[in-house]
Design a protein around this ligand. Structure first.
Ligand code: SAH
Length: 258
């Protein structure tokens, strides 16, 4: 089945299912509803998301917690209105200021790796730190699999954008912070998981200091040859365990704020 979903050419960056207009309200709307009204599109966005989730599972994402979270968060509410019809394709998309939202497969893969660390009896992570909020999409997904999320962004414009995107969604356990994530966020430490959406030459020492025992860091890192790879660092009783996984392409981790 390769039929292209008809959704969501006219769908604005509005709320997802459960938050969209009821069908009766949709029927009462003008013949050409304003983009933000997302009239009657709630169900369609759920169906398109379900197809994205099926594809993720076929690509090897096996963790039910990740698949459920990816099926719940309305990715279309995090991208610019001109790009909503690509929101559920497995592609990265521009989010402004030269930055990108990662492809769904990469978001799912990284969160699956993070969940390999210490979780509570319900299978949830405790506190998580995300470096690189961007549009806020991954932070929202993390919020579904963690007790609490702190997400830091160094670009004021994107921090504000994420805040706007969060507006209609009730994401009470996700805290958006403006600052330099290279130094982590000591006030929220220790973290069960730390995940970076930008790649530097090394994993900053602050992240390792702020990681709880049994916790994991999942981050892109520049390797000696110059290419980036996904790195997982686990804090075990016998010390730090570092694994280098597949090649990835993330925006650079930069210091300072702008
Ligand atoms: N997770 C994001 C992906 C955003 S791209 C999403 O779902 O949209 C990575 C982001 O990392 C960019 O917005 C970039 O500005 C940010 N970034 C880079 N270095 C950073 C740093 N030191 N601290 C905080 N954010 C940083």
């Amino acid at each position: 089945m390769t039929r292209r979903p008809t959704f969501p050419a006219q769908l604005g960056a509005g709320p997802g299912p459960g938050l969209s207009l009821r069908p009766s309200a949709a029927r009462a709307a003008a013949p050409r509803p304003a983009p933000q009204q997302a009239a009657g599109m709630g169900l369609d966005s759920g169906a398109v998301r379900a197809r994205m989730v099926a594809k993720l599972a076929a690509q090897g994402i096996g963790d039910a917690r990740v698949l459920a979270a990816m099926g719940e968060v309305p990715r279309h509410a995090f991208v610019d209105s001109a790009l909503v019809n690509q929101a559920y394709e497995d592609t990265s998309l521009p989010i402004g200021l030269g930055q990108t939202i990662s492809k769904p497969n990469v978001v799912a893969r990284m969160i699956e790796l993070l969940l390999g660390g210490h979780c509570d009896a319900q299978g949830r992570l405790g506190r998580v730190l995300e470096i690189g909020t961007g549009c806020g999409y991954q932070a929202a997904v993390l919020g579904r699999v963690s007790r609490e999320v702190y997400s830091i962004e160094r670009l004021r414009g994107l921090h504000d954008k994420a805040r706007d995107n969060f507006g209609p969604l009730r994401l009470t356990n996700v805290h958006l912070l403006f600052g330099d994530g290279m130094v982590g966020y000591a006030k929220g430490a220790p973290y069960a998981g730390i995940i970076a959406a930008a790649g530097g030459d090394a994993v900053p020492a602050a992240w390792i200091d702020q990681l709880a025992p049994g916790g994991r860091i999942v981050a892109p890192c520049v390797m000696p040859g110059g290419a980036q790879a996904l790195v997982v660092i686990e804090k075990t009783p016998s010390g730090l365990q570092r694994s280098v996984l597949e090649a990835v392409h993330f925006v650079p981790l930069k210091s300072g704020i702008a």
